[in-house]
Design a binder for this molecule. Structure first.
Ligand code: GLY
Length: 426
């Protein structure tokens, strides 16, 4: 079985690691991959933005499956192009991916399907958005660029002045480019966030363990927003009853609405939830595996990842598949980031990594091989260290000690990943 994995982050490294743990005879190819993936897969230097080259390569190599990791190639219609060539691809089509790539589309779908989410308005002009803040959405309020903005287009505003400044940044300064052509003004939701991933054939779902991300750079959820500084799973708030409720009232109706729209969603649906006093509500949907949650979740998987991925990519149904199974205990992932992340991450610093062990995985993200063969940093989030333990506290310690052991000048990492769970368990 030959599989092409598109992407170059810690998420893709974790997917490759999981597939090979399941079946060591798989032939993996990663485009463009990273040095961590290079130890598991043949890496080919095709950027994930070059959809046409990826399709030609997949056809020439006669791969049996393409797994698309990041959202950008999905937004570019890579899966549509692969399917036109008859190549099985795991991921949604361009139109189905709009559940992530257009917050306006996502909100409209949710409203039509009666899926619980915060009240919002979409505006095409800054004047309209300013009026919404003045007249209908008193602070705290959330201002969102509708399009893809690399996780940065969501601004939580504690005062009306902050909200007006956010609108000007998104729509006036175009701080996130065309992603800010449309702007959402959304009521603020209070609660704890939870990430729930589901593999889906468009109708049925196989849900994964719930996880919690840590978006802020610094301990105590302080500092600027990032792509995610760490995650853990399972989350004790994500009880079986809660997951059942989310499946029945959020995942399945959303998939139904997407089918009704004529754009069935297949692949991995990521529900970003807020656990409010009124119950779980959707913060956002993503059309792919989350990062860094994937690096925490997938090492816990004991059933097959490949079987559902392949079935879904081939257009088969998953309603007769058994639920996914998981090892006991917990998993905690700590991201090690470069100096000056998230503003202008410094690159080119030499990295030395602790080895993988039975209970520790080091996933590469912003790394590359220098000409002299040394491993150097090449991006903001450099590696993610996952600790697996029989208990949450054991996993947390393994992850934290692993992050400490990463040698990288002026590295940044949070030593409090999972602090909410820690407090709950205490
Ligand atoms: N963990 C956030 C994301 O993947 O978008």
């Amino acid at each position: 079985m030959k599989i092409l994995l598109v992407g170059n982050g810690g998420r893709e490294h974790a997917i490759a690691d999981t597939l090979l743990r399941e079946n060591t005879t798989l032939e993996l190819i990663a485009a463009p991959g990273n040095p961590g993936l290079a130890s598991l897969a043949r890496v080919v230097p095709i950027p994930s933005s070059e959809s046409d080259n990826i399709v030609s390569f997949a056809a020439d190599e006669q791969v049996n499956l393409v797994i698309v990791g990041p959202e950008a190639p999905l937004a570019d219609g890579l899966v549509d192009r692969l399917r036109l060539r008859g190549i099985p691809a795991f991921g949604p089509t361009y139109e189905a991916a709009q559940i992530e790539t257009s917050k306006h589309v996502a909100k409209s779908l949710m409203e039509r399907a009666g899926v619980p989410t915060a009240r919002s308005e979409t505006h095409l002009t800054a004047a309209g958005a300013h009026a919404a803040v003045n007249e209908r959405f008193a602070a705290p309020v959330v201002i969102k660029a509708s399009g893809l903005a690399a996780g940065k287009g969501v601004i939580v505003c504690h005062t009306d002045a902050e909200a007006h400044a956010a609108i000007d940044r998104i729509m006036g300064d175009k701080a996130f480019g065309a992603a800010g052509d449309e702007c959402l003004v959304e009521a603020f939701m209070q609660g704890e966030e939870l990430s729930l991933f589901a593999m889906t054939d468009g109708t049925d779902v196989l849900t994964m363990l719930p996880a919690q991300d840590h978006k802020r750079l610094l301990n105590g959820d302080d500092g600027p927003n990032t792509g995610g500084m760490g995650a853990y799973t399972p989350v004790s708030l994500g009880t079986p009853a809660l997951l059942e409720d989310v499946t029945e009232r959020i995942l399945l109706p959303t998939l139904h609405a997407l089918r009704k729209r004529g754009t069935p969603f297949t692949g991995l649906l990521y529900a970003g939830l807020m656990l409010t006093e009124e119950g779980p509500q959707v913060v956002e949907f993503n059309c792919r595996f989350g990062d860094p949650e994937t690096q925490a979740i997938l090492p816990m998987l004991t059933s097959s990842l490949l079987d559902p991925m392949l079935a879904i990519a081939r257009g088969a149904k998953i309603n007769n598949m058994s639920p996914l199974t998981w090892r006991a205990g917990a998993s905690v992932t700590t991201v090690v980031a470069a100096a000056n992340y998230p503003e202008t991450p410094r690159t080119g610093d030499v990295i030395r990594l602790p080895d993988d062990t039975d209970t520790r995985r080091v996933f590469h993200a912003g790394t590359r091989r220098a000409e002299n063969g040394e491993l150097v940093s090449s991006g903001g989030r450099v590696v993610a260290v996952t600790g697996l333990g029989d208990t949450f506290e054991a996993a947390r310690m393994i992850s934290r000690e692993g992050a400490e052991a990463v040698e990288l000048a002026d590295k940044q990492y949070r030593s409090d990943i999972g602090w909410r769970e820690h407090e709950r368990q205490a």
